[in-house]
Design a protein around this ligand. Structure first.
Ligand code: SF4
Length: 734
């Protein structure tokens, strides 16, 4: 079987050409299927006596999957030609390109591949260059592509764009069959198209003259081969069919795609020659780092985008405890976003009822499916919001995704209309459109901006209140009272007013201004971004110092709190208590850990000074601290207070740790990249240990526990070097 695609600018006559190629090939005894991929769905009309057929997309829309049959969308036309029309959504709604993909998927599921065929002819709109309309260009569909053009510049321009599309998909295999000139009666039309054809090194397979017979055949619902079989036009169209049949026998007749660049196209338009060997010189786009990257290998010179802006926005909005965050998108997006939120909760040690239950995290979605993606989903959003209102929800964040963005759903209009009906309820849209805003962090900050809208201006500051900002998953906090940031604040006799962007209800957010001091918890760009948003939007000051992690930070924090709130005595008492606990516990753990050699590798954290402090207090030996590439972050890392005292390796890749660990045989590797793949040495991963001093003691206990068992079970056969050395040591003296 051969599959050919007939591409051309809208209105150039490619449907007429396609129908006549199909007809001529059927005359030759071939079993032919024609698929119209133009939303105006008139490709097969001449083969069906002028009759319109049900398009696949309208069929998908109206028929549930279990009721669908191939025979409902594949009609038999003249000479036994099988006819399909893809169709498209209403103009201005949904995504016609996505519709082509849905059509092909549906036909495949309904068993089109099992229908015995010699030829498939795709009739495709060629001036739309999105990925959906390029589907027939991909290898598994069209073997050969015919370009229909006239002598008009825009028509040749579209043909050249199709060549660019083919070049993107050809994987080095020739795919172009040739050019079909469909004359419009312009002066020098044949020579103009010849110049273009020569420049792109393609033959003109047929020159179809302008003829009234086409209109007459169309009005009778006939292909011209049937209406005027002996006409010159019919003769030319038979040439194309014969050419296609010859490709069926001999694929070496297919040619490479050599599109022109814009400057060369300009010269064609100006009537100049472009030599074939000049063509195709400047068409390469920027290389995609993701595709070039070897599997599982992080490139040192690229910043990796963690996740999409929509996911960041959902994460941020869903921290408001008495609201629902509605994801206007597919359920797969919702699942991914809920899972990642849940993962962060697990990292914090918070127990969740179910691993990925979005509702439990106050996340819901419009569950766009393929049909909605094609035809538009504003109705779905409206229904979802109305259902949630009936269920008693009163506060809503709505976050847009790639799909709602691409198909152009007007989310704001839908939400505004419902909000006007329910002035007592709260609605806020965050337009993230997948990655349009940027990455996860940009979405998270956009959510902070949305949540900050809730802060009231008429609230007075109180003397014993602080706000905590953007606590999230970079640290591991057990629900343990000792390690909770709020509990630490209470030790000083102060109140936590609002935990902004962390489990805060609307009331506490509205009263944000009661807080006299504002602290962020972690030194990452997202948290700093939220802080800057609040400073700019609300005119409040956010402290430059973080909530403390480790003894050094805690000392400074206690002094500052004492000064700011005039509670120096109490702060000194708290500090003395914490110092006593720290000294006692670390002294005990030192007995188990002193002298052990450590490699630290950090990819995610701005500062690991808390960890270095702890390791040094335990009298362990730091072999080196490998820090991931600075440009992973949007800002430079905070300089370490241990520069010059500890060996730092900057731009350290997590890929290097396996080799370094085997070569240097440390007693333990402490890393946060999670990519080390270490098997022969002790290894523990960390996220920022938490807030205060107790979390550090717990982390030290973990280090002692991890190093107290062999890195590899005795029954395993080790490799050489490090493993063998460890085994020898373990069994020495036996
Ligand atoms: S919004 Fe876009 S990038 Fe984000 S999960 Fe959905 S499809 Fe993926």
């Amino acid at each position: 079987m051969i599959q050919i695609a007939v591409y051309g600018k809208g209105g150039i006559g490619k449907s007429t050409v396609s129908a006549n190629i199909s007809y001529a090939m059927a005359e030759m005894g071939k079993r032919v299927l024609q698929i119209g991929c133009d939303p105006k769905h008139d490709s097969t009309r001449a083969l069906l006596n002028g009759k319109e057929q049900t398009t696949v997309l309208s069929y998908i829309k109206s028929t549930p999957p279990y009721d669908r049959r191939l025979s409902d969308v594949v009609l038999e036309g003249k000479k036994g030609i099988k006819c399909v029309e893809a169709g498209g959504p209403e103009p201005g709604i949904g995504c016609a390109g996505r519709g082509i993909l849905s059509t092909f998927d549906t036909l495949k599921k309904l068993g089109l591949d099992d229908v015995g065929l010699d030829v498939k002819v795709y009739d495709v709109l060629g001036d739309v260059v999105c990925g959906g309309f390029a589907v027939p260009l991909r290898n598994e569909y069209a073997d050969g592509v015919y370009l229909v053009t006239s002598g008009e510049f825009m028509s040749m321009y579209a043909a050249n764009n199709i060549l660019k599309g083919i070049k993107n998909f050809d994987k080095g295999i020739p795919r172009v069959a040739g050019i079909i000139l469909n004359c419009r009666g312009m002066d020098d039309e044949a020579s103009t198209v010849k110049r273009f054809a020569d420049a792109v090194s393609l033959p003109i397979i047929a020159v179809i003259p302008r003829s009234k017979a086409f209109a007459e055949a169309e009005s009778r619902g006939m292909p011209i081969l049937e209406y005027a079989p002996d006409s010159e036009a019919s003769g030319e169209l038979r040439k194309v069919a014969a050419h296609a049949a010859s490709i069926l026998e001999d694929r070496s007749r297919l040619l490479d795609s050599r599109p022109l660049n814009d400057e060369q196209m300009g010269r064609i338009a100006a009537g100049e020659e472009v030599r074939p060997n000049e063509a195709g010189a400047v068409i390469d786009g920027p290389a995609c780092g993701a595709c070039l990257r070897k599997k599982g290998v992080a490139k040192k010179d690229e910043r990796i985008v963690a996740s999409c802006a929509a996911a960041g926005a959902v994460f941020g909005c869903s921290t408001v405890t008495d609201s629902v965050t509605v994801i206007h998108g597919p359920r797969s997006c919702a699942h991914i976003m809920a899972s990642s939120r849940n993962l962060s909760e697990i990292r914090r040690g918070r127990k969740r009822k179910s691993m990925s239950d979005p509702q439990y995290m106050r996340i819901d979605s419009t569950e766009m499916d393929d049909t909605v993606s094609v035809f538009g989903g504003t109705g779905l959003l409206e229904r979802k919001l109305r259902d949630l209102i009936l269920e008693g929800h009163t506060k809503f964040f709505v976050v847009t995704t790639c799909v709602s963005g691409i198909i152009g759903d007007n989310t704001v209009d839908v939400v505004t209309a419902i909000s006007n009906e329910h002035p007592d309820l709260y609605f806020r849209v965050v337009e993230a459109d997948g990655n349009i805003l940027g990455d996860w962090e940009d979405g998270y900050i956009a959510a902070a901006d949305a949540v900050a809208d809730l802060v009231r201006d008429d609230v007075k500051q109180e003397d014993d209140c602080v706000n905590l900002i953007a606590e999230r998953y970079f640290f591991r906090i057990n629900e343990d009272k000792d390690e909770d940031a709020g509990e630490m604040i209470k030790q000083f006799g102060l109140k936590v007013n609002c935990r902004f962007m962390y489990e805060a209800d609307m009331e506490s957010i509205a009263n944000f201004r009661r807080g006299r001091m504002n602290f962020i918890v972690n030194d990452d760009t997202s948290s700093r971004g939220v802080a800057k948003t609040l400073e700019k939007k609300l005119g409040v000051k956010v402290e430059n110092e973080l909530l403390p992690c480790g003894m050094h930070d805690f000392r400074k924090f206690a002094e500052k709190i004492g000064r700011e709130f005039g509670i120096e005595e109490r702060a000194a008492t708290v500090l003395a208590e914490e110092e006593a606990i720290y000294d006692r516990e670390i002294a005990e753990l030192r007995k188990r850990l002193a002298g052990k050699r450590v490699i630290v590798e950090s990819w995610y954290l701005h500062s690991v000074d808390w960890l270095i402090e702890l390791i040094l207090d335990l009298r362990m030996e730091i072999m080196f601290v490998g820090l991931g590439p600075d440009h992973y972050w949007k800002e430079k890392r905070t300089p370490s207070r241990y520069e010059g005292k500890v060996k730092f390796i900057h731009d350290y890749s997590p890929d290097d740790i396996v080799e370094d660990a085997e070569r240097l045989c440390p007693d333990i590797v402490v890393g946060d990249s999670g990519r080390s793949g270490l098997t022969k040495v002790h290894h523990t991963s960390f996220v920022r240990a938490g807030v205060g001093v107790r979390c550090i003691i717990r982390f030290a206990k973990e280090l002692a526990d991890v190093t107290s068992v062999p890195p590899v079970e005795g029954w395993r056969s080790f490799g050489k070097e490090c493993g063998e050395r460890l085994e020898d040591e373990r069994y020495a003296g036996k």
